[in-house]
Design a protein around this ligand. Structure first.
Ligand code: SF4
Ligand code: SF4
Ligand code: SF4
Length: 346
């Protein structure tokens, strides 16, 4: 059966092929099949042959924006001694709602020049959480997964089962109200429009209701499993710092051991570095080998920024960024004063 993802993949390849053949771009950035079922890998196609490897399906849980700065750097010819740096060539990139919002954030933060991008917009159908699929098939190896419009056909040794696709879609995608690219030059696939979500922050309610001690216990239990592989940071399009604070040795902000205070420092600081910038794309959580619910931190900060500043990241490149401006009307109750607001448990 040739479903919607096959049609979108064909359109994607046709578009990338035409852009490369016309000389408008030097490479097209997207994804190709990964080495295991239900995985993909970032991929930059530079020839007509390589375009045939590009795919779009429900397992594209990474974020295409994450690879743009590195690809532009790789494609920029080195400058001759004493001469100014060369400009990067143009590239094409596929973008769903959150990927395009992260591209907008990168443009706002001067990491990516908009005029070097041909953004090919697409509407996300919600990406699949492979862990949810595997949880339905305990003790079974998965050999292949075929995606149909509303079903996943999973095959292994001696079995073939159908799983309704929406049942195994990632939590962030289920609460996403902007599945379509917000900034694009070309479009592939059907348009869906924004989605109305009744309770976009419902997944936080249980933890919010625990009280400070309960929340710390939850955080300690979940995050003590972290092995500090930094896959979450490396998959995040916001984490482009040349030297991350965890890698800095002068001064050394964070110890290298598995001590929990260092692990906690990493996660709390990284989450705050993403405040007002995170689009809830879910890439960090998807790549975590220890199944740590990273998005609970970043989603809480997303909610705080939305409620306090009426701001959602990446929806408009002309928007004023809430954490780079100051208003005398800001509530500032987070600033602790003796006997003042902020002393009570929230
Ligand atoms: S912190 Fe996670 S969810 Fe937020 S933009 Fe980065 S990878 Fe995406
Ligand atoms: S965690 Fe902070 S310092 Fe490290 S790469 Fe991300 S934004 Fe930069
Ligand atoms: S990907 Fe998971 S295990 Fe690795 S550093 Fe991030 S939270 Fe820790």
């Amino acid at each position: 059966m040739r479903g919607i993802v096959h049609h979108i993949t064909e359109e994607l390849r046709n578009t990338a092929r035409e852009l490369l053949a016309s000389g408008r771009i030097s490479a097209f950035l997207g994804f190709r099949e990964g080495d295991h079922p239900m995985t993909v890998a970032p991929f930059a196609a530079r020839t007509a042959e390589e375009v045939e490897l590009l795919i779009f399906n429900s397992f594209c849980v990474l974020n295409s924006a994450n690879t743009i700065p590195e690809l532009l750097r790789d494609l920029t010819p080195p400058a001759k001694r004493g001469e100014p740096p060369n400009e990067p060539p143009m590239i094409g990139v596929i973008a769903t709602g959150c990927w395009s919002r992260n591209i907008v954030v990168q443009i706002q933060e001067h990491q990516v020049p908009r005029d070097k991008l041909v953004i090919v917009g697409v509407a996300s159908r919600g990406m699949v959480d492979r862990r949810k699929v595997l949880a339905k098939l305990p003790n079974s190896d998965v050999y292949s997964v075929e995606e149909q419009d509303h079903l996943l056909l999973v095959r292994g040794r001696g079995y073939e089962v159908e799983i309704p696709r929406w049942e195994v879609v990632r939590d962030n995608c289920r609460s996403c109200s902007h599945p379509e690219a917000v900034d694009f030059d070309l479009w592939i696939g059907p348009k869906t429009g924004p989605r109305s979500i009744d309770a976009p922050f419902q997944e936080l309610e249980e933890i919010e209701g625990l009280g400070a001690a309960g929340r710390w216990e939850w955080f300690s239990n979940e995050f003590s499993r972290c092995i500090r592989c930094y896959a979450c940071r490396n998959a995040c399009p916001l984490c482009y710092c040349p030297t991350c604070f965890v890698d800095d040795s002068r001064p050394q902000w964070v110890g290298k051991s598995a001590d929990f205070s260092d692990t906690a420092t990493f996660h709390l600081l990284r989450a705050y570095h993403c405040a007002g910038r995170c689009t809830d794309c879910g890439a960090c959580e998807s790549v975590c080998p220890m199944d740590i619910p990273l998005r609970k931190l970043t989603k809480k900060l997303y909610k705080a920024v939305k409620e306090r500043f009426g701001f959602e990241p990446g929806l408009s490149s002309g928007a004023t960024l809430p954490l780079s401006t100051f208003s005398s009307e800001d509530r500032e109750e987070f600033i602790l004063r003796p006997g003042g607001p902020g002393q009570e448990e929230r």
